[in-house]
Design a protein around this ligand. Structure first.
Ligand code: HT7
Ligand code: ZN
Length: 843
């Protein structure tokens, strides 16, 4: 397969003045008729007229009304065209029903839906399917479905026909069409300039009672973007559609967002607090793309972080405003470390702006999204809130309607601040997580913090340059008072020291507050200092971090030296979780133990080959010790929601997370009595599923599992939880067996990405089960990926990432994984997506 390079970018030889599309819908023979007005692009030197096209049957084509037979070339067609404006017309036939890849136009449960990002439009018609070609679309849909939707504003609605016009120029990846028997949950929003916008969430009949929460989230997002970024919505209507079969979370198509039903449908009975929080965040994310991605888009797919990193940053700030910034930040860091640091540490490491790819779908990664968002956060920290807002305003004004680059984005901030951001820009090009080492010197009332930074080599990048690292620091005096409030130190050299003078007594430094940069901080710090910061630091991220370090050190000592759990950790955790003055959500986070995967990476970084079974045993043993140590406090911490009082807000969710964390420990002591009774009486999914989870992780819950299935067998999204819970809580020697058995359950299908992930995503996340010495899980996952690849390459490639950490483990495990990866790679007709991913993992 061909590798595409950032350095090879050239503009398309033609611009598009208008696009008219007609769809005559049919499950296996949909006709798509296109009429596109092209004109030579004076900014381009390459005049080759090439249109992308895949899996299309060409019925006819014409240029300026004269029939033509275009030349078939790799990935599309070519034709000879006039050196002046001309009209291209074509008719093609496609088969939505047999499209299991869920890219282009496909059918899901009898409804038509599209997914065009990144390169799916070329499966709908011949077109320059690249983001720098922006055009105004008019779409006519002919079909007997009662609901026919596309982008923009509705201009005509008749029997079996609908016409939509989108006045905003857009790239083809933002095109969308939906047709089906759908019911809407309507509402409206008045923008700050007084424009009334019709809002709809469209769902399958039966799901209409699960739209209210999403609708509120949408209205809050619209208001937030006006208040925070001054950005208003720009069409008469905004539609959201829920689709069951969907490769990712949701898609920001202009005026017609399409959502994986798991990311929009919500109800007290069927959704957990985590689901509510995620739905609120994803609705906001897709809505925010209207400005960061749609009105201003990416010049090419190498610039993906331009829209994704920025939009993730925006959705994170929104969620912080809606809920708690402190709790959100800790959750973000947990996700960043679990996914992005893991990626940055292995064979799939790549820069936030990659320099080459074979299949762009493989670059919708934690690095592009999460590290991309961290870069925006660092930029803002370095230049300040006011300059950040000014820079954003300039960017929006200057580039509205354009397809731009990271250079364009940074230039706006250079202009408003007068700063040179050349060194900062390296965050986009240099892969790998910087290691920041710190030591301290104390002399004559002055504390000096000495830092060195190094970034390990990553694939294709051996040498690294020093980065600009904003290090947020505060100083706490011996009596626990803050003597120096948060100050941002700007590190630009490989080695740099910063001195705080005029200090009476030696303070304790709180370093990397709010996780001010995506780095690994290595610092000599003893348990007493950690406990001191845990008790006195004013920065919630740091307090959580100190608790986490104590937990990690305890576990590592248990794994490596068979040590007993450290009293310092047990005392510290008791102090925080029983402190009624602190936010329950924060206490719940401190209660949680580091994941097995995190421990495996920590061991590996320390030069110790991780033994997954030992990690599992130590963690289980610590869970039992914590349960016994807190046995007096657990019954008070476990506080079920009063029936009839459930609210899916931060406050209720925080209370429940602490209560359920306590319950999972309690289940180890009371034979599951409290969890069994909560399971029977809960009036919300958070507590019903939480109780079941507590039982399963204590090795109980067989009858509750059956009752859960009987109650929810007709609800796909709840059944996904049922599948996941069993695999996630299976003992290491049973995980593969459980997953295999579930893959034969009548409700299992690999055609639905949510269901496939529910079982096999859970298997790869069950660390000790996935890495069981038998190798059974490796083989099972490889078998499943091999059979999924011909149906859905995108999901297959993504899930092959389960093997990305293989070099951490012992020779036997490495050998078994290599065998499976080579077996996948040897599969005849393996997709480009999976070939690229597996080859990179093996390299
Ligand atoms: N911009 C979207 C990314 C995306 C996607 C979504 C659904 C299915 C396939 C997809 N490929 C790429 C989602 C987002 O980040 O907002
Ligand atoms: Zn996005």
């Amino acid at each position: 397969p061909q590798t595409i390079h950032l350095k090879d970018y050239t503009p398309f030889g033609y611009r598009i003045d208008s696009v008219e599309l007609t769809f005559k819908l049919h499950p296996t023979a949909t006709r798509v008729i296109s009429k596109i007005a092209f004109a030579p692009n004076p900014a381009a030197s390459d005049t080759r007229f090439f249109l992308h096209g895949e899996e299309l049957e060409l019925i006819s084509a014409a240029i300026d009304g004269a029939p033509v037979i275009p030349r078939k070339v790799e990935g599309g067609i070519e034709a000879d065209v006039p050196d002046a404006p001309f009209v291209w017309e074509a008719e093609v036939e496609i088969s939505p029903e047999t499209n299991t890849a869920l890219e282009g136009l496909y059918m899901s449960n009898g409804m038509y839906s599209t997914q065009c990002e990144a390169e799916g439009f070329r499966k709908i018609t011949f077109y320059p399917d690249r983001p720098d070609v922006m055009a105004v679309f008019t779409v006519r849909i002919e079909g007997d479905q009662p609901v026919l939707l596309s982008n923009g504003n509705p201009v005509e609605r008749g029997d079996g026909v609908a016409v939509w016009h989108d006045p905003w120029p857009k790239p083809s990846y933002l095109f969308a069409l939906v047709a089906g028997e759908l019911i809407n949950h309507p509402d409206s929003f008045t923008t700050k300039s007084g424009k009334e916008v019709e809002l709809n969430i469209w769902v399958r009949p039966g799901d209409e009672d699960k739209c209210a929460f999403g609708m509120e989230a949408l209205k809050k997002s619209m208001k937030w973007d006006e208040d925070t970024y001054g950005r208003e919505y720009d069409l008469d209507i905004f539609n959201i559609v829920a689709v069951d079969d969907f490769n990712m979370g949701a898609m920001e198509n202009k005026g017609l967002n399409i959502f994986n039903s798991s990311c929009v449908l919500a109800s007290q009975a069927t959704s957990t607090d985590a689901n509510f929080e995620r739905i609120e965040g994803i609705i906001a994310h897709e809505y925010f793309h209207n400005w960061t991605g749609n009105r201003i888009t990416c010049r090419d797919w190498f610039q993906l972080c331009l829209k994704e990193g920025l939009t993730v940053y925006r959705d994170q700030m929104f969620s912080g405003d809606m809920r708690s910034h402190a709790v959100k930040r800790i959750e973000e860091v947990m996700i960043l470390r679990a996914r992005q640091f893991r990626e940055d540490n292995g064979p799939l490491a790549h820069p936030v702006r990659p320099e080459s790819f074979v299949e762009i779908n493989n670059f919708y990664t934690a690095t592009v999204y999460e590290k991309g968002a961290e870069i925006i956060g660092m930029l803002r920290r370095l230049i300040g809130d006011e300059a950040y807002r000014k820079g954003c305003d300039l960017y929006f004004d200057r580039h509205d309607g354009e397809a731009v680059t990271i250079e364009d984005w940074l230039a706006s901030f250079e202009e408003v601040t007068g700063r040179d951001l050349a060194q900062f820009k390296q965050w986009y090009s240099q892969a790998g997580t910087p290691r920041l080492k710190m030591s301290e010197t104390w002399e004559d009332g002055a504390l000096t913090l000495n830092f060195t930074q190094t970034t390990p080599p990553t694939p294709g990048q051996k040498e690294k340059n020093p980065q600009v690292i904003p290090i947020a620091v505060g100083l706490i005096g011996p009596n626990g008072d803050e003597v120096v409030p948060t100050t941002v130190l700007e590190m630009t050299e490989a080695e740099q020291s910063f001195t705080f003078e005029g200090l009476g007594a030696r303070p304790v430094a709180s370093v990397l507050r709010d996780f001010s940069a995506p780095v690994i901080l290595e610092r000599e710090i003893d348990d007493a200092t950690r406990a001191f910061l845990l008790a006195h630091d004013t920065d919630p991220f740091q307090t959580w971090e100190m608790g986490r370090m104590l937990a990690k050190d305890t576990l590592i000592a248990m794994i490596v030296r068979d040590a007993a759990p450290a009293p310092a950790y047990l005392d510290a955790i008791r102090a925080v979780v029983t402190d009624e003055t602190q936010d329950p959500a924060f206490r719940a986070l401190v209660f949680g133990l580091p994941s097995q995967d995190d421990l495996a990476q920590t061991l590996f970084d320390a030069g110790i080959t991780p033994d997954p079974q030992k990690i599992y045993d130590a963690r289980e043993s610590l869970r039992h010790t914590v349960a016994r140590h807190l046995s007096d406090a657990l019954p008070t911490l476990f506080r079920p929601t009063e029936p009839g009082t459930f609210t899916p807000d931060a406050e209720g969710s925080g209370r429940r997370s602490l209560s359920l964390a306590a319950l999972s420990y309690l289940a180890l002591l009371d034979g599951g009595a409290a969890a069994t009774s909560l399971f029977a009486q809960a009036d919300n999914m958070t507590e019903q599923a939480g109780a079941l989870q507590a039982l399963l992780s204590a090795g109980l819950g067989t009858s509750e599992l059956q009752a859960f299935e009987a109650q929810w067998k007709d609800d796909r999204l709840v059944m996904d939880k049922w599948f996941t819970m069993q695999v996630a809580s299976a003992a290491p020697d049973k995980a593969a067996e459980v997953a295999e058995a579930l893959s034969h359950h009548p409700a299992f299908t690999n055609k639905n990405p949510n269901r496939f992930r529910a079982v096999f995503g859970a298997l790869s996340a069950n660390h000790a089960g996935f890495h069981h010495a038998s190798g059974a899980a490796y083989k099972l996952l490889a078998d499943q990926l091999i059979s999924l690849d011909s149906l859905n390459p995108q999901i297959t490639a993504r899930m092959s990432g389960a093997f990305e950490t293989w070099k951490r483990y012992d020779a036997d495990r490495q050998g078994m994984i290599r065998t499976e990866l080579e077996r996948i790679l040897a599969t005849p007709n393996l997709s480009r997506d999976t070939t690229e991913m597996v080859s990179r993992i093996l390299s």
